[in-house]
Design a protein around this ligand. Structure first.
Ligand code: NDP
Length: 277
């Protein structure tokens, strides 16, 4: 018998119109031959509880959550994955027969992206610029992946200290918060990560002392664009990676959680790049 009902997935957020995740997810669904669809939904602050009840009522397989819902969602779900319990925010909900399970695939996607670029985190010293939601997820997963030390540079001290405390209290990695003053020097490290939104849709670069970055430092931006920060790193002869891999692999992990099969990440990269051109 033919089945005319799609498995539904999507993203809830505000703003959401320009979020291209749907392009790579629908391309991957098609490549896998599964009857899934991914749609963007404008869900405003204050409407999340209704929207999540909606996915129970309409039997969605799950959704991604983006701004401003990643923390508030925790109070409306039935179970937290270990990553969510550690990080305190969720970007992926799985609906198991009406039970909503919260996952966080952002940091895992970051780690997988590094691994696929041939970069191991084990024993490495990292400098993390930023202490927002994405930085927190990255700090947690890099610590769990065996990073030795993480220096967290952030303007807002309490956010920076909170990320450092999470790492120190919940993982075997050592973390230290450093205040971000204009032109701040970068401590010696093997990997420098920009997890701020500086450079997103603009030609700005993080206000750091570029001369203090040691030769050979791997530079990783998480903004899924070709940023001025990456250009600057490349012009200094540093190995530099953009944020497309984190976007693809966090999506690939969600894909597997929803469909039960592995995503074709080459298809996802191709779909995203075609969109970016
Ligand atoms: P948040 O709003 O939670 O955090 C923003 C961070 O940027 C804070 O640490 C903030 O510092 C810092 N910041 C903002 N402006 C400046 C500035 N002028 N100078 C120094 N620091 C600044 O955002 P998210 O963590 O959710 O997202 C951050 C970035 O990560 C975004 O650009 C987003 O696109 C990207 N991202 C990429 C993903 C991917 O898959 N590739 C996934 C998720 C996010 P302070 O606390 O001092 O204000």
């Amino acid at each position: 018998m033919k089945n005319y009902r799609f498995h539904l997935t999507g993203a809830f957020g505000d703003p959401i119109d320009e979020n291209p995740t749907c392009v790579m997810m629908n391309a991957a669904y098609e490549a896998a031959g599964v009857n899934f669809r991914y749609l963007n939904f404008l869900v405003k602050q204050g409407a999340l509880e209704d929207a999540l009840n909606g996915i129970r009522a309409m039997h969605f397989d799950g959704v991604n959550l983006t701004m401003p819902h990643k923390v508030e969602a925790l109070q409306y779900v039935d179970e937290l994955s270990p990553s969510v319990a550690l990080i305190g925010s969720t970007n992926t909900i799985v609906n198991q027969g009406g039970r909503l399970i919260a996952h966080n695939t952002d940091g895992q996607g970051f780690v997988e992206g590094m691994r696929r670029s041939g970069v191991s985190l084990a024993g490495k010293d990292l400098v993390l610029l930023g202490a927002g939601g994405a930085a927190r997820a990255i700090a947690a997963e890099c610590a769990l992946a065996g990073a030795a030390r993480i220096f967290i540079l952030n303007r807002n001290a309490s956010r920076g200290q909170s990320v450092a405390a999470m790492v120190n209290e919940k993982t075997a990695c050592a973390a230290e918060y450093l205040p971000w003053t204009p032109g701040v020097a970068i401590p010696p490290c093997q990997i420098l990560i920009n997890a701020t939104c500086v450079g997103m849709g603009s030609g700005e670069v993080p206000d750091i002392d570029y001369d203090s970055i040691r030769p050979g430092t791997i530079v990783q931006d998480i903004i899924p664009q070709h940023t001025a920060f990456l250009e600057k790193a490349k012009s200094m002869g540093l190995p530099a990676h953009d944020g497309f891999s984190m976007l693809v692999y966090q999506g690939a992990i969600a894909f597997q959680l929803w469909t039960g099969v592995a995503a074709d990440t080459d298809v996802m990269f191709r779909a995203l790049s075609a969109e970016a051109d």
